[in-house]
Design a protein around this ligand. Structure first.
Ligand SMILES: *Cc1c(COP(=O)(O)O)cnc(C)c1O
Length: 390
């Protein structure tokens, strides 16, 4: 047995290499990858431009320190500001760290406004990470159980529920921010309505709360726009990114604008690895390729085709509750726990995921082809029908 902590229940499968949307295991079997390492491998596997850019950077410089200027970070911050409209960026290495930065920023903002015990509104079914503050912000008891005492200062409301927000606004003077996912990933591919996000933005303005979006999973082109909140034509005060940003090289980011800009001063926050030259080149190349190859329009189109394919093939099948999503973030909700489908898909040469017990989750790389989209539906729809006994 390898000397690994027992914190994952892993599938009995290990991969050796990948190419595009396919990945190969140690037995030499190929799989269609409709999960992309949980929305991480934006450009699929072994993308020629990413591989070349990383190799070149490795030969030049991997890491220096945030004690010095890091040019690659400066260039990437400009690029992220240009596509998001945000003003400034802090770089880290993961989604939970990006959210930790957002939570710390919101608390500091609260203290600067004279609020001694600042609180942040978070949502039911939310997922923000596994560190103490982010698991406390997460809306899933399984993530929290055994790790009490939780970090205080979070107020939980139902997702996509405006009256619940209005109630907190009327009663809790300690609130300084709202943190939510425009599309909940781990929670089951739940979409916030655009008018909800716009109304929430208005309330944040009225109350001087920070509007903070966790786009760690739904961001970076996956839904047909750079960031999912852009569908509502609003601008957040804080946005967090990670997963797909480096196409597999670890990098996270916490972006700030408006009232949230300028809150952090030297000494308030930091990271040893955050924003090293290699990670920044990975992110810059990812953004370049998405833009150059028109991958956002592709994501929107492919996603619509895939959803339509499942709608057609699962039409009238008892046990299919809902087929939903946006772009290449797709959920098929069944009426029963369906974790077994993951193994059945593996046997059929396909990588998928099940989240929130009953939701088949698809997060293909943005380089998916039309043929691969068709293949995904052709493999998975019959498996779901059979699973449901249809
Ligand atoms: C995955 C995820 C996180 C946590 O990211 P890590 O890199 O695993 O720390 C946070 N928020 C959302 C929305 C996520 O999907």
């Amino acid at each position: 047995m390898p000397h690994l902590m027992n914190n994952y229940s892993r599938l009995p499968l290990a991969f050796t290499h990948g190419q595009g949307s396919h990945i190969h295991d140690e037995q030499g079997r190929a799989y269609l990858d409709a999960l992309a390492g949980i929305a991480v491998n934006t450009l699929g596997h072994n993308h020629p431009r990413l591989t070349a850019a990383l190799a070149e950077q490795v030969g030049r410089l991997i890491h220096t320190s945030n004690l010095y200027r890091v040019r690659e970070q400066e260039v990437l911050s400009d690029r992220l500001a240009a596509i998001s409209g945000m003003a400034e960026v802090f770089f880290c290495n993961s989604g939970c760290e990006a959210n930790e930065a957002a939570i710390k920023l919101a608390r500091l903002y609260g203290h600067q406004r004279g609020i001694e015990s600042p609180a942040i509104i978070v949502m039911e079914k939310a997922f923000h990470g596994r560190t103490m503050a982010t698991l406390s912000a997460t809306g899933n008891r399984k993530v929290q159980a055994g790790f009490e005492p939780l970090v205080a200062g979070f107020v939980r409301v139902p997702f996509d529920d405006l009256p619940a927000i209005e109630q907190v606004a009327a009663n809790n003077p300690n609130v300084v921010a709202v943190l939510f996912e425009p599309i909940q990933g781990e929670g089951g591919i739940n979409l916030a309505h655009n008018d909800y996000m716009r109304a929430l933005r208005r309330i944040c303005d009225e109350k001087q709360w920070l509007f903070m979006v966790d786009e760690v999973q739904c961001g970076l082109g996956r839904t047909g726009v750079w960031f999912a909140h852009q569908h509502a034509a609003i601008k957040p005060d804080v946005m967090t990114l990670a997963k797909g940003l480096g196409s597999g090289v670890p990098i996270g980011a916490c972006l700030a604008a408006g009232r949230a800009a300028g809150v952090f001063q030297p000494g308030n926050h930091g990271s040893t690895f955050g924003g090293n030259p290699l990670a920044c080149v990975a992110a810059l190349t990812t953004i370049d390729v998405i833009e150059h190859d028109g991958l956002m329009d592709r994501a929107a189109q492919l996603g619509a085709n895939i959803r339509a394919g499942f709608q057609e093939r699962l039409e009238g099948v008892a046990g299919v509750v809902d087929i939903r999503g946006d772009g290449l973030m797709i959920g098929i909700e069944l009426d029963r726990p369906c974790g077994d489908l993951v193994k059945q898909a593996i046997d059929a040469g396909l990588l998928i995921n099940v989240t929130a017990d009953k939701v088949v989750r698809l997060l293909p790389p943005l380089v998916f082809t039309d043929a691969e989209a068709k293949q995904l539906v052709d493999i998975l729809a019959p498996l779901i029908r059979k699973f449901l006994g249809a």
